[in-house]
Design a protein around this ligand. Sequence first.
Ligand SMILES: Cc1cc2nc3c(=O)[nH]c(=O)nc-3n(C[C@H](O)[C@H](O)[C@H](O)COP(=O)(O)O)c2cc1C
Ligand SMILES: CCCCC(=O)C(=O)O
Length: 407
Amino acid sequence: MIVSIDDLRQRARRRLPRTVFDYVEGAADDGFTSGANRRGFDRYLFRARALVDVSAVDHSTTLLGEKLATPIILGPTGLAGLLAPRGEELAAKAAASRGTVFTLSTMSIGTLEEVAAAAPSPLWFQLYVWKDRSVTRALVERAKAAGYRALCLTVDVPVMGNREQDRRNGFTLPPRVQFSNVMDVLRHLGWVLRMSKSPRATFGNFVDHPSLTRTDAVGVARFTNSQFDPSVTWKDVEWLRSIWTGPLVLKGITCAEDARQAVSLGVEAVIVSNHGGRQLDFLPGAIDVLPEVVDAVEGRAEVILDGGIRRGSDVVKAVAMGARACMVGRPFLYGLAADGQAGVELSLDILTSEIDRTLALLGRPRLRELDRSALRVDTPATLEPTASPHRLETSTVTRRAGGTSDT
Ligand SMILES: Cc1cc2nc3c(=O)[nH]c(=O)nc-3n(C[C@H](O)[C@H](O)[C@H](O)COP(=O)(O)O)c2cc1C
Ligand SMILES: CCCCC(=O)C(=O)O
């Protein structure tokens, strides 16, 4: 029986060939940051109020001027179409049915036009900047023509992170059957059968690219490293600002300086993210850098927390710390692999019902009114309370240079 995101993960693990599941789980280097995204939430504990009328709980919010029925939005994930045929379309439809945003990755299997045609949900398009700026410009123009509401520039992939398991597995596109994985593929004939209905098994937005011929399999990291531009700077953000008229969002902000620079260029939202621990290892957990970014932005842009959300209580903590919404990657991918569109809907329903229960038990029925007084934290000095409206109550135990002592 599936009652949690972890149950969905187990189901996804059983249904996918190892190489595909490993790609989804993949973290850079030693996986420190991937683990920190989860561990970070453990340091934030609740301060609950009793005897509050919580008969009507409201978890709705607004983001970039649009009302969201849930504070959880679906993040960009390359190759989601390998988890289920037309996977990106299914996930976008699931987001629409739950009143939230789906973000399509540049590196999707479905084309950006196919996904826009399939789903009415407020769609965002995530952009990687290609060395060939005419490719980048064409993507932006196609996204505009197809009706994507916001452009989300990912800023934490100047080069691909070191995903060692993908390298050991020889992960390619299309996925290859090799001596080392033939037994695994045979054990997952259901997936093979399902995927035979997929219109293609390569990057849909670039089907005409000379490196993506029908016969050759391409190494995913090798391909992206050859195409993504490592010389991208803030100048490119200015350029995108000038050619994209809608809201511009930067994904992958992890410090105050970058947050301030983003705001000064008129960016509407920043996503605090370490790419789910898939890029630079030894960044802190996303929730750990959220206060720094919220305080630097000072309300001039919206802040979204991305990375490590597996429970509704994680979302409640992030919102209390000043995030407007949370983005998820793997949770909805597990749902997609487990049961297609219904599985993505289930992942959203699980998290949203956990948010409701948490808000009720916390005695804070309106998500939008949460602030740092809902939390206590055993914190290093860098996260000490600030004067912002999201002032954080420290717990009675604070960490001192010499260890832990009662105050
Ligand atoms: C399989 C997979 C593919 C991803 N592809 C992209 C991508 O194409 N573009 C991007 O900006 N982020 C990508 N990400 C990062 C996610 O958008 C998001 O930052 C991350 O998954 C959040 O962590 P979580 O999985 O713990 O929710 C990918 C993540 C995963 C797991
Ligand atoms: C498939 C190309 C890159 C996707 C990505 O950004 C990731 O795997 O994290």
